[in-house]
Design a protein around this ligand. Structure first.
Ligand code: AMP
Ligand code: GLY
Length: 414
């Protein structure tokens, strides 16, 4: 099977390794890819915000399967363009991608499907903003209705800041603040069936103890020793299955990865958000733990073949830590040279924002590398990830030192 993977981040590097490891994948092409992926797959310089370029490449290589990593091409409808040409695609249609593209749409579908989420109002006028803020009280949660590259959500005790964010975004969803730990739980769907993956947790703030600015994600781990034992079944029944049934009933089946961002509240599980693609960096811990061959799995999802499939997992733990460039997330500096690159057993280093130049490998993005350690428990996985990341030399770079720390302590208490 010839596979085209679209994207260039750490998530795509992890997906590419998973696809490549499956013997069913006879050739792997990536658009545009990155220097880490180029070590074992064919990378093509493609502008992935341009659907026509992706479609032309899929035709040129006669792809049997196209896997879309990031949300932008999905919201642009590239999956529809490919399906019109009868090319199997892992990734939702433009209509189904609105679950990530519009918070209001996601709320409507959840409401129709009976999926538990925060109470909310969609607001466009000043009076509506004020009314919604005062209905829920502090802390205020104000979300840009559209795609905002991780910058759309403000959670604050300051009513003026909340109001300013609403004014800046114009159309916003204002909602109840949910109290409880956050979990990322992904489902792989063929449009009718959906398979729940094991949960992961990511760390969104730039600094230790969840301080500092919101980022794309600074680290992640899986599994979650502290989570309720029925979390997968519960999320399948309350969230994933009803969403897939509702999208089907609307005539816009969801094929691809449904990312449920959950809060585990005292009243049960609540959806914070949906994304329509694999999470980054959660993918960098989930794919190394997944035993089920990835290429065949995603092909079955793309071709209505998941009904009898089950996922198999390694009985191990994984922890990933993001190495970020100086100034990330507000003003990341590019161009610093990555001079040492450790090779440690049970560690995988994924490229996220790197470029190969005459000076060698240099940082070219905010999140530069993602370093995953694998071990028999979180403590061992964590030790390996941190041992490796501490040996990488990149001037000005930084990383959080507390990824999976609390969970590794909780694990020992079990
Ligand atoms: P998002 O960009 O939707 O993932 O939101 C960013 C972060 O804002 C989430 O990871 C949560 O930590 C926080 N957040 C979003 N919605 C809520 C909510 N209703 N209650 C509490 N925190 C929230
Ligand atoms: N890790 C958060 C995301 O992928 O959106």
């Amino acid at each position: 099977m010839k596979i085209l993977l679209v994207g260039s981040g750490g998530r795509e590097h992890a997906l590419a390794l998973g696809l490549h490891a499956d013997a069913a994948c006879t050739s792997l092409h990536v658009a545009p890819g990155n220097p880490g992926i180029a070590e074992f797959a064919l990378c093509h310089p493609v502008d992935i915000s341009n659907n026509a370029e992706i479609v032309a490449l899929a035709q040129e290589i006669a792809a049997d399967l196209v896997v879309i990593g990031p949300e932008v091409p999905l919201v642009n409808g590239v999956a529809d363009d490919l399906r019109r040409l009868k090319i199997p695609v892992f990734g939702p249609s433009k209509a189904a991608a609105q679950l990530e593209g519009s918070k209001t749409f996601a709320k409507e579908v959840m409401s129709d499907a009976g999926v538990p989420t925060a109470h909310s109002f969609t607001c466009i006028t000043h009076a509506e903003y004020e009314n919604a803020l005062d209905t829920f009280g502090a802390p205020y949660v104000v979300k840009d209705d559209g795609l905002a590259g991780g910058k759309g959500v403000v959670v604050t005790h300051n009513r003026e800041d909340a109001l300013d964010h609403a004014i800046a975004c114009k159309r916003v969803v204002i909602e109840e603040f949910l109290v409880g730990p956050e979990v990322s739980l992904f489902g792989i769907s063929d449009g009718t069936s959906i398979l729940a993956m094991q949960p992961a947790q990511d760390f969104k703030r730039a600094g230790n103890n969840d301080e500092g600015l919101n980022t794309g994600g600074m680290g992640a781990y899986s599994p979650l020793p502290w989570a309720p034992s029925d979390i997968i079944d519960d999320t399948y029944k309350q969230v994933l299955a009803p969403m897939i049934a509702e999208m089907n009933a609307r005539g816009t089946p969801f094929v691809g990865l449904l990312y449920a961002g959950l809060a585990l509240t005292d009243h049960g599980v609540r959806v914070i958000e949906f994304n329509v693609r694999f999470g980054d960096p959660e993918t960098q811990v989930l794919i190394p733990l997944l035993k089920t061959p990835l290429a065949s799995l995603l092909f079955k999802a793309a071709t209505s073949g998941l009904a009898d499939e089950v996922l198999e997992w390694r009985d191990d733990s994984a922890v990933t830590v993001v190495l970020a460039a100086e100034g990330y997330p507000s003003a990341p500096k590019s161009g610093a040279v990555i001079s040492t690159f450790p090779s440690i057993e049970n560690v995988q280093i994924f490229h996220a924002g790197t470029t190969q130049t005459d000076q060698g490998l240099v940082a070219s993005g905010g999140r530069v590398l993602t370093v995953t350690g694998i071990g028999s428990d979180l403590t061992e996985a964590r030790d390996r990830a941190y041992r490796a990341i501490s040996q990488i030399s990149l001037p000005g770079s930084f990383y959080r030192s507390d990824i999976a720390f609390n969970a590794s302590v909780a694990e020992k208490g079990n």
